[in-house]
Design a protein around this ligand. Structure first.
Ligand code: ADP
Ligand code: RBF
Ligand code: MG
Length: 384
């Protein structure tokens, strides 16, 4: 493949998590008109320009109100809320890395100029990272037409074939492929809807990733990240989590031979509600014991088992005698290993988890992780 000389980013659902805001507001607008917004209608509307999105919703939900009115209602509600949008996992890290290594960067968004400004008002450093921005109201045709990607490449002075587009939605991917670019897609849609969302879009120029944390710049001939320690990404500052060990699904020891001390729901909600799902490494201690052990843990939905609820499950790399349900567990989580994944078999999952344990053991011997095993938070009886 030709080397990448510039990266062109989509905004909504790729850099910023505006999707959940938009969904909340769209639900409210649709309910005003006596209907209930379905997941599939919202899905079909993702990635298009605002008016086109509302036309899709109006058609799908068989609303008699004109799309323009629905848009006006939602814009009014969203106007003050855009600044609430948070950066998506790994977006800031990748943006900073590309900027620091001199890669030309552009934004190609379906948003109009006024909304782009509002959305990035709380993230001035992000806005400044892009040499150029191309908005939905500045091109003739919106995504899935290639116009905004082509315009962005032209503004960067680069041929489209040497550009990498980063996208989250189907129309966005179609637009970038039509522009002749390489595309990395981090689907916003999850589970079943994600599977259907990119159906039929096969192209050697298209690469799918679970999140931008899994992006490897060297795959595209770009400088590798410099922050990797022992093949993990540091979690900085480390998370200090205290919880109670509760009963899980009872399959860790039995089915996998890997016991996991599941954290209670309340501590999960208070300290990890927004944590990126994935596999992490850190140190743990239990109950009244000051002993500190290396630990690898999964936070998320266990795709292999299709859990409906998020769990946090530390596997403490130590042989205990018996179990310790109801005891306090203290965790200092300092390294991200990989995203949660689906596997074809339980054996393949178990093998991967043993690989994670090996990564954990090795990485936690390295600084700045190693000294965290003396973190006072891990001592019994120390208050937060
Ligand atoms: P559950 O589904 O209830 O979490 P598991 O089969 O995953 O059951 O077993 C987890 C329990 O095993 C923990 O709650 C803990 O009491 C005990 N246990 C024993 N050794 C370990 C270990 N090394 N790491 C985690 N939990 C352990
Ligand atoms: N479950 C998955 O479905 N996919 C994974 O990639 C995955 N990785 C894990 C990595 C580690 C280090 C641990 C401790 C657990 C992982 N699990 C994963 C969770 C596992 O399925 C779960 O602990 C058992 O099903 C018991 O609830
Ligand atoms: Mg468990």
């Amino acid at each position: 493949m030709s080397p990448i000389s510039g990266v062109i980013w989509d905004l909504d659902g790729t850099v910023l998590d505006t999707e959940s805001l938009i969904f909340q507001v769209a639900k409210e607008v649709v309910s005003r008109h006596g209907a209930e917004l379905t997941e599939s209608a919202a899905q079909a509307a993702t990635g298009l320009r605002p008016l086109e999105s509302w036309q899709v919703v109006a058609d799908r939900m068989e609303l008699t109100v004109p799309a323009a009115q629905l848009l006006a209602e939602s814009e009014e509600l969203l106007c003050d809320r855009w600044k609430e949008a948070k950066m998506l996992p790994g977006a800031l890290r990748l943006l900073r890395h590309l900027q620091a290594t001199g890669v030309p960067l552009a934004l190609a968004t379906s948003s109009n100029r006024a909304n782009l400004t509002k959305k990035l008002s709380g993230h001035a450093h992000v806005h400044a990272a892009f040499q150029t921005t191309c908005c939905g109201d500045e091109v003739e045709r919106g995504k899935p037409a290639p116009d905004c990607f082509l315009a962005a490449a032209e503004k960067l002075g680069l041929p489209p074939e040497s550009c990498l587009a980063i996208e989250d939605s189907r129309p966005g991917v179609q637009a970038a492929l039509a522009a002749g670019m390489h595309v990395v897609v981090v689907p916003s849609a999850v589970g079943e809807s994600a599977a259907g969302c990119f159906k039929g879009l096969h192209c050697p120029r298209l690469h799918t990733l679970p999140s931008l944390l899994a992006f490897k710049p060297e795959t595209f001939g770009l400088a590798p990240f410099g922050d990797i320690i022992g093949s993990t990404i540091p979690v900085d500052p480390a998370w200090r989590i205290r919880g109670t060990v509760v009963k899980g699904f009872g399959r860790g020891s039995r089915e996998l031979g890997i016991p996991t001390a599941n954290l209670d729901d309340a501590s999960l909600k208070s300290s990890l509600a927004e944590a990126v799902t994935g596999i992490y490494a850190g140190f743990a201690s239990i109950g009244s014991s000051p002993a500190v052990h290396k630990t690898c843990m999964s936070i998320g939905f266990n795709p292999v088992f299709k859990n409906k609820q998020k769990t946090c499950e530390p596997w403490i790399l130590h042989d205990f005698e018996g179990d310790f349900y109801g005891e306090e567990i203290r965790l200092v989580v300092c390294a991200y290993i990989r995203p949660e994944a689906d596997f074809v078999s339980i054996e393949a999952l178990v093998e991967q988890i043993h690989g994670d344990a090996a990564v954990t053991r090795a990485a936690l011997d390295l600084e700045p992780f190693a000294s965290l095993n003396e973190d006072p938070f891990l001592l019994p009886g120390v208050l937060p």
